[in-house]
Design a protein around this ligand. Structure first.
Ligand code: AMP
Length: 210
């Protein structure tokens, strides 16, 4: 099954991707994580992407489409995959269609902007493996240390409050039109993000089965 998770930054797509990944045993592809890794490694496209990411803007379509294309060609994607954070623009969605990638369902995780702003201020990510935590909703066992790899957890630069406002604006302008794009194809299902993550997860799994 090929799935897309759609939603504003901080709506909880990453967490829901983990839940689906466990249930369906298909990999999650997060373009955000791949770009952050490229920035850290200082690769050519990492250097190009960094300024846009720090400012809360989108990285150019050609860079993101290129890395996505290489990733879904890998062996572990043969039985399906979950796209977390891709597509983010209509041209990116069109690129998937052009590549002949058949999308089965698009799950939108809906959370109001004000809630997102509160949530992102508590988000922490691991410097080592990129795992995501939240100081209230998904704390690490030891404060400031990643449960999975033991590296330090930090506030992402683009989770700073001013950048979050820009990221939400970008989402509404450039990504939200994808809802219409996929609704017209009869593929869009919307899940309302709940206060309890486990409740959202139940709704997500039901949306995929249904
Ligand atoms: P994320 O972790 O998904 O919130 O992504 C972090 C940042 O990476 C975004 O704010 C963008 O700057 C960039 N990014 C990730 N995925 C994409 C994409 N599909 N298109 C353009 N930029 C992206």
């Amino acid at each position: 099954m090929n799935l897309i998770l759609l939603g504003a930054p901080g709506a909880g797509k990453g967490t829901q991707a983990e839940v689906i990944c466990d249930a369906l045993k298909i990999p999650t592809i997060s373009t955000g994580n791949m770009l952050r890794a490229a920035v850290k490694e200082g690769t050519e496209y990492g250097l190009k992407a960094k300024a846009a990411m720090d400012a809360g803007d989108l990285v150019s379509d050609d860079i993101v489409i290129g890395i996505l294309k290489d990733r879904i060609a890998q062996d572990d994607c043969k039985n399906g995959f979950i796209l977390d954070g891709f597509p983010r623009t209509v041209p990116q969605a069109q690129a998937l269609d052009t590549m002949g990638v058949k999308i089965d369902k698009v799950v939108e995780i809906y959370v109001a902007d004000e809630t997102i702003q509160q949530r992102l201020s508590g988000r922490r990510v691991c410097e080592g493996c990129g795992n995501s935590y939240h100081i209230d909703f998904k704390p690490t066992k030891v404060e400031g240390i990643c449960d999975a790899c033991g590296a330090k957890t930090v506030i992402r630069k683009d989770d700073e409050p001013a950048t979050v406002i820009d990221r939400l604006k970008t989402y509404h302008e450039k990504t939200a039109p994808l809802k219409d794009y996929y609704a017209k194809q009869g593929k869009l299902v919307t899940v309302e993000g709940q206060e309890e993550v486990s409740e959202t997860s139940k709704l997500t799994l039901k949306a995929i089965e249904g």
